[in-house]
Ligand binder design. Sequence first.
Ligand code: SF4
Length: 401
Amino acid sequence: MTLHTGVGRVRPLAYHDRAAVDPALLDVVEYRKSGLSLNWIIGCPLDCGYCVRHLFGNFAMKVPRALTTDRAAFELLVAHRFFQPHVTPIQLLNRATDPMLPAVKPHLFTMLRMLDDAGLTNHVLIITRWRVDAADCAALNALQNLRVTLLVTYSGIDDDRIEPVDSQIAGASLRTAHAHAGRLRVVLYWRPLVPGLNDTDAHLAAAMELSRHAQATVFTGLFFRDEIRAYYRDHGLPEPYEHTARRKVFPEHLEQRVLAAAAARMPGGSPVFRKTSCAVSYAHGLPDYNGHVGIRELCDICPTAQLARCTDAATVPAAADVAVMAAGLGGALVEVADRAVIVSGLDEQRRYLMQHTLRHQVHDIAKPHHPRRHGRADLGWPTATPIPAAETATVQEVNTR
Ligand code: SF4
């Protein structure tokens, strides 16, 4: 299958085409869990059936178009009311295109240079499943200030109705990036893992082999929202779950098999994490910027040195300070606990601002996190069938360091 991934630079979105774009996509800065997300280019030819662009009615837009100039997007980010120099993690072009597409890449690098030239040391996450070559790595290594992480999305899905892009492209990109990583950090972003689709023993073993070509590996599940289910149904694709969910779906039994595969692999694989920010932070030798260490069961597979790093950096914020912060954002503090701050009346964006500022988890009282479920959907937890002992791994075995 030929994918038209574009050449040259991205043209602006025509004024008369804007009316057809979801207003949420026209908002180029959005606060997400992994940081302030800057999306000034939308449209993608890669056709992953589970793409979040379904949620914005944008899946049919195959040719990337710019919503604004690179310079204007830079100004929108650094002037954003929630942006904090050196603190706020940044994600570039992660919502509605792939930043390494040939036509998109020049804009990515222009943005990185502007941020770097401003002396900013913030984390920057670049997520791709497309091609990465040695020249790309040289450009990323040349950045002096930003903490750049390249997360290479790899699924191993071989049903090209769901994922027409061959996973071998991502595998090759990961190997190249890891071989040429200098300042750049490289993470294997193993996702989406879906029962019955890409979770055979052979799939897990292939991902574990790839984990040797990264400084860290993170695994995660599928967003299975109503809009994505509708796409699956319209195209006669096998539905992976009976129900849809707000959070990512990752059944307990599958997690146990992933951890068992990690424990059984050859020495030399990178540590495996449940959370993206944990993998990114570990790759830079820093404590997790999302403060997951309060949710201690998340850390049971973490390398000892990293656990010490996060534990040493952790502080439980003073309730009086948090109350002022929550009230200033229009909500209220409910409780400050070792695991997390609980608030009410604050949307996700404001909770993430608090979380990245406090370096402590901030949860909404209306959306409780269940112990051991790691912030995932209820589907598959607790597992309906007992997990055979042979498929479980002791935590020490998973990431022995
Ligand atoms: S110690 Fe816990 S919070 Fe820190 S990186 Fe490891 S898993 Fe994440």
